[in-house]
Ligand binder design. Sequence first.
Ligand SMILES: Cc1cc2nc3c(=O)[nH]c(=O)nc-3n(C[C@H](O)[C@H](O)[C@H](O)COP(=O)(O)O)c2cc1C
Ligand code: SF4
Ligand code: FES
Length: 562
Amino acid sequence: MDIAVTRKRNKMRGQQRGRSVDAVALQQVLELLGDKPRRRDLLIEHLHLIQDKYGHISAEHMTALASEMKLAPTEVYEVASFYHHFDLVKEGHHAPPELTVRVCDSVTCQLNNAHELIKALDGKYEGKIRIQPVPCVGRCEQAPVAVVGTNPIPFANIDKVSQAVANDQRHADAPDCIKYEDYVKTGGYQLAKNIADGSLDKETVLTTLEDSGLRGLGGAGFPAGRKWRIVGDQPAPRIMAVNIDEGEPGTFKDRYYLERDPHRFFEGMLIAAQVVGTDAIYIYLRDEYAGIRKSMAEELDKLHANPPVELPHIELRRGAGAYVCGEESAMIESIEGKRGMPRLRPPFVAQVGVFGRPTLEHNMETLYWVRDLIEKGADWFTSHGRNGRKGLRSFSVSGRVNKPGIHLAPAGITVKELIAEYCDGMLDGHNFYGYFPGGASGGILPASMGDIPLDFDTLNEYGCFIGSAAIMIFSDQDKARDLALNAMKFFEHESCGKCTPCRVGTSKAVKLMSKQDWDQPLMKELSQTMCDASICGLGQAASNPMQCVLNYFPEELAQETE
Ligand SMILES: Cc1cc2nc3c(=O)[nH]c(=O)nc-3n(C[C@H](O)[C@H](O)[C@H](O)COP(=O)(O)O)c2cc1C
Ligand code: SF4
Ligand code: FES
C-alpha cells in the first residue's frame, strides 16, 4: 500500500467521518461513562452501559461513543454489531420494545416444548414485548427457561412469564452464595496465604497438580499442571484470563458452583496467579449470568477491601451473547474490546495472549478444584474414577431424567450408570434412546452405546467427545435428527463468519438437514470439509451431531425415505 495513504488513514483514525456528533447523545454518553477510562479494551463494557440504560444503541449513541473513545465510528459499529446482546438501531428505524423476554430454544428446552411457549407468548403480547428465541442460557436442568429482562424464570410457562412481566420482575437476583466472611471463617484463603509467606512452596503445589492429572474442564482437557509450567516459563509480565462464557448448550456447571461458593474459585485463581506469576487477571463472565455478576462484583469488592494476599490487578468483564467468545483466543479478542473472532495459531495464547502477553487461560471450574486438590492431595482426586479412568467430573445432566442437575461423579462413569445411580432413572413413560455426551458439539450416541466410559479421549473413536461434560438425554419420544438440526442451527447462528467452511457449511447443513430426505453423500462430504478446513473448534465440531445421526441413527433416515 502507498505509504502516504497509510499515513493518511492513520491520521484519520479516531477522527469522525461522515456524521457529526449529536450533542444530546454525547451528553448522555458522557453521563454514562463518568470518569471511567476511555481505553479501547473497555469498548464492550461501555456499549453495555448504553444498552442497559436505553434498551438499545442508537446510531447517535454509537457516533458519540466513538468520538469520546477516539475511535472511528466504523470500529464501534463493527464491534457492537458482532454481539447478540446489543440492539443497534439505525437512523430512522424503530427501537425494539422496551422489554425483551428471551426464551431458550436449545436442545433441552426444545425437549420441554420451548417452541410452544414462544408461540404462546408471541400470541399474547403481539409485539408489545419482544419475545426472542435464544440459545442455551445455562439453566438446562430447569428447562424450559425464559428470561424476563435479566430475570431467569425456571420451568417457564405462560403464566409464570406473564406474572413476572405484570409485576415488572425484570432484574436477576444475586444468588445466596457463601460470603467472604464465612469462607474465611472456615479456613478459606489459608492456602493462598501459605504460598505467599513461603510455608508452602510453589513447586509442591505444581507437582500436586500434575500428580492429580487434573485436566482443563472447559472442554479441551489440556493438563492443568503442564499449562502452569508452560506459561510460568514465558517472560513476564504474564496475564490470566478466566473463561466463564459457558455457552455450550447443555452446560451449567460453572453457574452451579458460582451460585454457591465463588471464593473457592477466587482462591484457586489467586493460587494460580502466585505459582505462575501473573500480574493481572481478566474474568470473562457470560452476560446471561446477571445475578452472578452482582454477587461476584460484591465478593470481589470484599476481597479488595480485605486482601488475604497481595492481589494482582483483577477485572470482571462481561460477555455480550456470543458463544464463539468461549473459544480461548476469541475470548482474548473480546477482552481487548474487539469482535470475538478466533485467532490463527501459532502463536498460542500461552505465548501471545491478552494484550500480546503470555496468558494462562482457564475455565472457571479448573481453578475451582485447585484448593481441594492441594489440601486433600493428588491421591484424593485419583482415588475416584471408574472403568479404568481417574478423577471426578461435574456432569451437567439434563433432558428426560427424573433428577437433572450437576452430578459430581467418577470420571469414566457410563451414561447408563449416571442415569440409574445419579438421576433416579428416566422420566415415566420415557425409554432411554440416545444422548449428547458433550453438549451440542460433542456428537450424539444411541442408547445401545450407553456403556462407554465418559471421560476425555474415550469417545474420540466414535466421533464424539465429552467436552464440558454436558450430558443431554433423550427418549423414544424424540428424534435424534430433530435434535441434531437444533444443534446445527445453533452453530449457524453462532458462527463468527471468519472462515468459509464454517460460515457457509453450517448454513448449507441446516438446509440439507431441514429436508425430509437427507442427501447423505453430500452431507458426509460437507461434514469432512468443515472438520478439516475450519479455523477453530466451532466449525471443526459443528457437524458432529449430523455425522452421528448418519452413523448411529440410520433407521430415522430410512423411515423418512420410505
Ligand atoms: C467454540 C468454542 C467454545 C468454547 N467455549 C468455552 C466456554 O464457554 N468455557 C470454557 O471454559 N471453555 C470453552 N472453550 C474451550 C476454551 O477454548 C479453552 O480450551 C479453555 O477455556 C481452557 O481452559 P481449561 O484448560 O481450564 O479448560 C470453547 C472452545 C471452543 C472451540
Ligand atoms: S470455525 Fe466458525 S467460528 Fe471458528 S473462526 Fe471459522 S467461522 Fe469463526
Ligand atoms: S437453558 Fe435451555 S437448553 Fe440450556
